[in-house]
Design a protein around this ligand. Structure first.
Ligand SMILES: [Zn+2]
Length: 285
């Protein structure tokens, strides 16, 4: 009798512990929170005001709501001691005011090569947020990674882009490619330090992005690929490259996405109108 009671008590404890652990780590949707941390530097006040008025972080929160995560993930605007950067760590994606300021200052005054000025800010901004979000997914969901994590994060970001509407995906990809082209102009040819970096060079990241887009939909992105300089030799294998990424994404990340919510969210229009208030604001600077 004593022995049976002991077995029951131990079994009960194991069950309670297992249930408690499950309760702590149960994945659920709507796990992204946002934090508009006001800047101390008055030079960045315009970004704070603009992003608040445009509900930018709230839109990101909505866009990422279908991902089932075991814990909350914060997306925060913050000053980064002069570094134009974005990073993920300890449950937070930090987007530096300095980074947005740099994008804003590099925005062309008028439509250039068919790209709307605002897309040269929104494209790389969203690409960067999704890249950091990919790092968070790898970490939160313990996703196995073959190859370099930075390249894998770029692939996840591009793949999520391509889930959006056709017009949106084209605008975002062209805006992002434009910014990579600017970076190349600044630094061409890449230094040994850039080749040795954990990230691929801007040139490689641009071509990789074009290849994924072209591989996903050669018809939709044929002109974008030509404009962005995707070489024919690489273009030939882009459909295969895209299939690899799609397979990995659906196998490893797909089970952590609420399909009904994802359909609703990804079918929405996310980008500002080409002639939105955002555009008129460039006159303020
Ligand atoms: Zn990264």
């Amino acid at each position: 009798m004593m022995k049976n009671s002991l077995v029951l008590a131990v079994s009960g404890m194991i069950l309670i512990t297992a249930l408690a652990m499950n309760a702590c780590t149960a994945e659920k949707t709507n796990q992204v929170s946002v934090n508009y941390m006001p800047p101390k530097n008055p030079a960045y006040q315009y970004i704070y005001t603009l992003l608040k008025e445009e509900h930018t972080l709230d839109k990101l929160q909505k866009l990422l709501s279908p991902f089932r995560l075991p814990w909350t993930l914060e997306i925060s605007l913050a000053e980064c001691d002069g570094e134009a950067d974005a990073m993920y760590g300890n449950g937070t994606i930090t987007i530096c005011y300095e980074y947005i300021d740099e994008l804003w200052k590099n925005m062309p005054a008028k439509t250039t090569a068919g790209i709307e000025p605002i897309d040269t800010v929104v494209g790389p901004f969203l690409d960067t947020v999704l890249h950091e979000f990919a790092h968070a997914l790898f970490d939160y969901l313990d996703i196995p990674i073959l190859g370099r994590e930075e390249d894998a994060a770029d692939q996840v970001s591009a793949y999520i882009y391509l889930q959006l509407g056709k017009t949106e995906a084209r605008r975002l990809i062209m805006g992002t490619v434009y910014t990579y082209m600017l970076e190349v102009k600044d630094t061409d040819p890449p230094s040994m330090a850039e080749f040795a970096d954990e990230h691929s060079t801007s040139e490689q990241r641009r071509i990789n992005l074009l290849c994924i887009a072209y591989g996903a939909d050669p018809e939709l992105f044929e002109d974008v690929a030509a404009w962005g300089g995707l070489p024919e030799e690489r273009a030939d294998i882009c459909e295969e490259e895209f299939e690899h990424i799609a397979h990995a994404y659906h196998t490893l990340i797909g089970p952590h996405i609420d399909p009904d919510l994802a359909k609703k969210v990804f079918d929405r229009t996310w980008l500002p109108e080409k002639t939105s208030r955002v555009l008129s604001r460039q006159k303020l600077n």
